[in-house]
Design a binder for this molecule. Structure first.
Ligand code: AMP
Ligand code: MG
Length: 363
């Protein structure tokens, strides 16, 4: 505090009506070391951030004082320690300041700076390649010919990768051509810590991603195994995953909403784990359905896109306006995935658990 460093005992009985008078024996701005001590009946004018001079055990703020020539009238009784920050009040020698695996946020960086630790041992961000596949895909704003669509997955997945704290690597788009996809992936495996592809993993005749990855793992001799699977969820049923030559590859489905959900459920936790994050799952919270979340029994867990808000101290989950796996514009409004178990769906007002997409991890 800006004020006067003094001996608390000298202010005994001081009040507005009957101040005590102390002799001012010096001035101490922040950044200076004290040169004089405070003796009985004395005070030193002190600024916030200055070290407390010898002899003083409290500071009275300037608003409670009145300067008068070489002395000061103190209108308030001080207690020992008033407005003094003890050295070691936050961190003491020998303390564990940041445990291993701490995700360094703004305050941590400030703490490290305060300790003079300008370099720390840190895990590198995973370099994650993102490739879109499909003959129908067009990049950027080029006009669309009949049958063509724009590549929405790549910018979305690059942003999801960046948001997860990884370094995104844009691998572009590849046509549905096994040799081409193989060569793009081969280069990606050499330069990336993980690879995400989208499209080409369902059961269509032109789904070459799986074939390319099988080929790389097998004949090309990179080693590893590839698994093409179907997960009992909706959306995002098809998923290909494998580790080829030590590099995990996630073959995400092509439908944009499926790609997003698949990234959230499978790729993101794995990438966070690979980077040493202690917490890798989005938090799951109890909510109440704000509108019906209808479904039919199909043996799958449904992950409905919802918008969560708080009402009367509890989460209410409102489904976004469209739940189809192509409806990315509707999905863009979502901040949660409602876990709708197999059955007849959830009525408005019923309980439902929701994965929060707006919170990085569960703790
Ligand atoms: P696929 O998994 O390749 O069979 O694709 C499933 C659906 O997703 C098809 O309608 C594709 O046109 C669409 N799709 C695939 N990749 C993308 C992409 N990068 N951006 C937008 N839609 C895509
Ligand atoms: Mg395709």
């Amino acid at each position: 505090m800006d004020g006067y460093a003094l001996r608390a005992v000298d202010t005994a009985g001081a009040s507005n009506g009957s101040p005590v008078r102390l002799a001012v024996v010096g001035e101490l701005p922040a950044g200076r070391a004290p040169t004089v001590a405070v003796g009985p009946g004395q005070a030193i004018r002190i600024m916030t951030g200055a070290p407390v001079p010898d002899g003083a055990d409290a500071v009275v703020m300037v608003e409670r004082t009145e300067a008068e020539g070489d002395s000061v009238l103190v209108h308030q009784e001080a207690r020992v320690g008033d407005h003094v920050r003890e050295a070691g009040g936050d961190v003491r020698p020998g303390d564990l300041v940041l445990p291993a695996s701490t995700v360094l946020g703004p305050a941590h960086l400030g703490v490290l700076a305060s300790l003079g630790r300008v370099e720390v041992l840190a895990r590198p961000r995973a370099r994650v390649g993102v490739l879109s596949t499909g003959d129908e895909l067009v990049e950027g704003a080029a006009p669309l010919a009949p049958g063509q669509i724009r590549d929405s997955n790549r910018p979305m997945l690059l942003a999801l990768v960046a948001e997860a704290g990884c370094e995104p690597v844009d691998l572009g788009t590849a046509r549905d051509d096994q040799a081409l996809i193989t060569s793009v992936l081969e280069r990606a495996l050499d330069s990336c810590d993980a690879v995400l592809t989208s499209g080409g993993v369902s059961v269509g005749d032109y789904d070459f991603v799986k074939a390319a990855l099988d080929h790389l793992a097998g004949e090309v001799g990179r080693g590893g195994t590839f698994r093409w699977s179907q997960v009992a969820i909706k959306p995002a049923k098809p998923l290909a995953f494998g580790v080829i030559g030590g590099v995990p590859v996630f073959g995400l489905p092509g439908n944009p909403v499926s790609s997003l959900v698949s990234f959230e459920l499978f790729a993101r936790p794995a990438l966070l784990q690979a980077m040493g994050h202690p917490h890798r799952f989005r938090p799951e919270v109890p909510a109440v359905a704000g509108a019906p979340l209808p479904r039919r029994r199909d043996g799958k867990l449904h992950l409905d896109r919802v918008r969560l808000h708080v009402e009367d101290g509890r989460f209410v989950a409102d489904p976004v306006r469209a739940q189809a796996s192509n409806a990315l514009a509707a999905t863009a409004a979502a901040n949660g995935l409602a876990l709708v178990p197999d059955g007849e769906g959830v009525e408005a007002g019923e309980a439902v658990r929701v994965l929060r997409l707006d919170v990085p991890a569960d703790h």
